[in-house]
Design a protein around this ligand. Structure first.
Ligand code: SF4
Length: 403
């Protein structure tokens, strides 16, 4: 994964996967390790393979057995190489190896927690919000995350879209001029071949009302060798393409992940992160702050911190709502605003996202409002005398604006 530009400051050069690779995959050559298809072919996918490389706890062993008909296991050698073999609460391990609690469905948990299937006019399309759609391109991932809330799709059976399904998805967008933003997800779109990805990006680029494309992917986290120069160049050709990735713990921000993210950014592809708050994995302000700082160092913007969806088998990872708010309170003011993600709750059943934050208002008056700041000190903000907020130039701008 050579890059012609120097990396950002302060990132270690030694691959994080080096030690784990030597123990778990001693036979792998450098060329194989650098080849994402080798990682896909050698992913660990069942109990027997897993037991050969990781000493499982009884809870994990039972978890793999009891969830086998519910959601698949799949861990790339790279992601596996980051696992702490001695600690069952290692964040990489918690995200990739099931435990028994995952097999239990609690009252109120939903198979489709975001109500996507209710608003799925085509196999490929979820159209829930007015100006944007989700394009579900495939059902496969480089690692099957134990917290995946779209497991009804990624558990297998839907596979890659047929050319006809893809054509119908694109046609739907073409027929809906209100759609200005397309989020391609699945599954992980970076597991598509570049030819297939281009078959999707090129026609979207040609639709005049589609202003931007986002691609949701965990590849920079779980399979960073997939982010090749040729993939980055392909994305750049269809700019603006934003990559939305999913780091949940600073342990995942490795030199390999840095190289993948910086390659995208160096090619002019912005990268944003959406983390999920998970109990006992990253449910601590110190961890979220360290994650945000590590991401900013590799030029990835910490964008959302998601409250865990009410998805089947995820109760053991869910935090109380108050924990996220407490974390934001511990970040806001204490570090740069760019390092403070939005705390979002995707409302169960398809209500859409709402954001939460600590309440800084102490008293609300007609003429002024009393706030407390991040140190708990009180400050008064006065209202202006003039209250007319209409913008007279707007009519002119609407007539004359460029392009
Ligand atoms: S990469 Fe995303 S879609 Fe795939 S299993 Fe993980 S969370 Fe689910």
């Amino acid at each position: 994964m050579s890059s012609s530009l120097p990396p950002s400051k302060g990132t270690p050069a030694r691959p994080a996967s080096q030690a784990g690779r030597a123990v778990l995959f001693p036979e792998a050559t450098d060329a194989q390790w650098a080849d994402w298809r080798w990682h896909q072919r050698n992913a660990v996918r069942n109990l027997a393979q897993l037991e050969k490389v990781i000493p499982l706890t009884p809870d994990e062993r039972a978890g793999v057995q009891e969830t086998s008909s519910l959601f698949r296991v799949g861990i790339s050698p790279y992601y596996l190489s980051l696992i702490d073999r001695d600690h069952p609460l290692c964040p990489i391990r918690m995200q990739s190896i099931p435990v028994r609690a995952e097999a239990r469905v609690r009252p109120g948990e939903l198979e489709d927690p975001l109500g996507e299937d209710k608003t799925r006019p085509e196999e490929a399309i979820v159209h829930k919000y007015p100006d944007r759609v989700l394009f579900l391109a495939l059902d496969t991932c480089s690692v099957y995350c134990r917290h995946c809330t779209r497991r009804r799709i990624t558990k297998g059976g839907e596979a890659e879209l047929s050319k006809e399904q893809m054509r119908r998805g694109i046609e739907y967008i073409r027929q809906h001029p209100e759609v200005r933003d397309v989020l391609i997800s699945g599954g992980d779109p970076f597991l598509l071949t570049e030819e297939r990805l281009e078959e999707l990006l090129a026609p979207l680029y040609d639709i005049p009302h589609v202003e931007m494309v986002r691609i949701g992917t965990r590849v920079p986290v779980c399979l960073p060798m997939r982010v090749t120069d040729s993939l980055a160049r392909l994305l750049r050709r269809y700019a603006p393409v934003y990559v939305v990735t999913h780091f949940n713990h600073p342990k995942e921000v490795t030199p390999e992940a840095r190289e993948a993210c910086e390659r995208l950014v160096d090619h002019g592809v912005p990268v944003e992160n959406q983390a999920v708050l998970m109990r006992r994995l990253n449910s601590d302000a110190r961890i979220i702050q360290e994650l945000s700082h590590a991401l900013l160092r590799i030029r990835v913007r910490p964008y959302y911190l998601h409250q865990m969806d009410v998805a089947q088998g995820c109760e053991h990872l869910r935090t109380p709502l108050a924990k996220g708010v407490e974390i934001l309170q511990q970040l806001r003011g204490h570090t740069s605003g760019l390092a403070v993600p939005h705390l979002a709750v995707d409302l169960p059943g398809g209500g859409g996202k709402v954001t939460l934050q600590p309440d800084y208002v102490v008293e609300r008056g007609t003429h002024d409002t009393v706030f407390r700041n991040y140190k708990g000190e009180r400050y008064v903000y006065p209202e202006p005398e003039e209250l007319d907020c209409s913008c007279p130039y707007d009519a002119v701008w609407r007539e004359r604006r460029w392009g």
